[in-house]
Design a protein around this ligand. Sequence first.
Ligand SMILES: [Zn+2]
Length: 125
Amino acid sequence: MAKRKALTKTKLRSIRQELEQERASLLEKVVDLDAEADVNNWREGGFDDDPADAGSASFERETAQSLSNHARRLLTEIDDALRRLDDGTYGVCERCGERIEFERLEAIAYARMCMDCKRRDETGR
Ligand SMILES: [Zn+2]
């Protein structure tokens, strides 16, 4: 397979910027969502009288919790991508060592695997 072109310094800089921006907005989101998922916050709201309100409140709390978990996972991925940018391994597939497709990195800046390996990983082969 032909070697894919390395990312330019300019491109790497803009990727880092993008990741840092996403990281900052995710951090804000996690704080918001955690406040929303916090049981004590809901108790203060006083949904005790109406069971329907209480039900939808717990549904919203669960949603906030799972969104928060998702955001945290993304944060870990982004932190890891930033680390790879620092140590110069960014954009290299963890599985096969080939460069990750440029289009893939544009879509998912924190991608760890090239498209082929990702597909293989997902199908379990
Ligand atoms: Zn690969």
